[in-house]
Design a protein around this ligand. Structure first.
Ligand code: ADP
Ligand code: 5GP
Length: 210
């Protein structure tokens, strides 16, 4: 069985990564949105094990020691990490996995994982980004300023990504990402097992039987 595709989705806070990921996973049973561990406090409506696994800093450090993270980073003053076992298990079952992580985490995955696909999600404008962060109504004004300022830094990393998707409306952004996943699955380098079986069969094919 071919392994699943690992997709990394980054973009400034408030762009709509969470919204787009939720719709993607709802529409694609073969796509799993990884649930990270974070030391950030839950926002109203966020439930344990759905948006994140919420953890103390002490527990987070223990998980680092145990090498439980595929990658981890400190983002806007809190720690966030991707659980290695969760991702590897799904990929080995042929399930595609999407990681909604920051640019530091993406850098790490780029070094560690062959064949991962990197997508950068952008809002249609910085003004719209400001409106969305405010409109979400989940962060205090200090946190909003910090996230907005960080957006400019994150944009500097955009050239390291394979694809750019503009989240003008969620339906189109979801369609764009589905198209990217499909294209990646058709890449010749992805299906080495299938190709070698195909060539082996060709070598032993007995034309005299036909
Ligand atoms: P992120 O995960 O990137 O921080 P969210 O998914 O939390 O962003 O989205 C931030 C806010 O923007 C939310 O209130 C969400 O409903 C809204 N939003 C997301 N995508 C769009 C869109 N295409 N048009 C308008 N609002 C959007
Ligand atoms: P938020 O607090 O808005 O949910 O997320 C803040 C930032 O942390 C976002 O850029 C998000 O993509 C990033 N993030 C969430 N989970 C992880 C993770 O497991 N690893 C890394 N490196 N970043 C993450």
């Amino acid at each position: 069985m071919a392994k699943g595709v690992l997709i990394v989705l980054s973009g400034p806070s408030g762009t709509g990564k969470g919204t787009v990921c939720r719709d993607l996973c709802r529409q694609n049973p073969n796509l799993y949105c990884s649930v990270s561990v974070t030391t950030r406090s839950p926002r109203p409506g966020e439930r344990e094990g759905e948006s994140y696994y919420f953890s103390s800093e002490e527990r987070f450090r223990e998980l680092i020691e145990q090498d439980a993270f595929l990658e981890w980073a400190c983002v806007y003053g809190n720690y966030y990490g991707t659980l290695r076992q969760q991702v590897e298990e799904k990929l080995s079952k042929g399930i595609d996995v999407i990681l909604e992580i920051d640019t530091q985490g993406a850098k790490h995955i780029r070094r560690e994982v062959r064949d991962a696909v990197f997508i950068f999600l952008l809002p249609p404008s910085m003004n719209e980004l400001w409106q969305r962060i405010h409109g979400r109504g989940t962060d205090d004004s200090e946190s909003i300023k910090q996230r907005f300022a960080a957006a400019y830094q994150e944009l500097k990393e955009i050239r390291e990504y394979d694809y750019l998707v503009i989240n003008e409306n969620v339906t189109d952004a979801v369609k764009d990402i589905q198209a990217i996943i499909l294209a990646e699955k058709c890449r010749i380098k992805k299906d080495k097992d299938y190709l070698s079986r195909f060539f082996e069969e060709g070598e032993t094919f007995d034309l005299s039987l036909y």
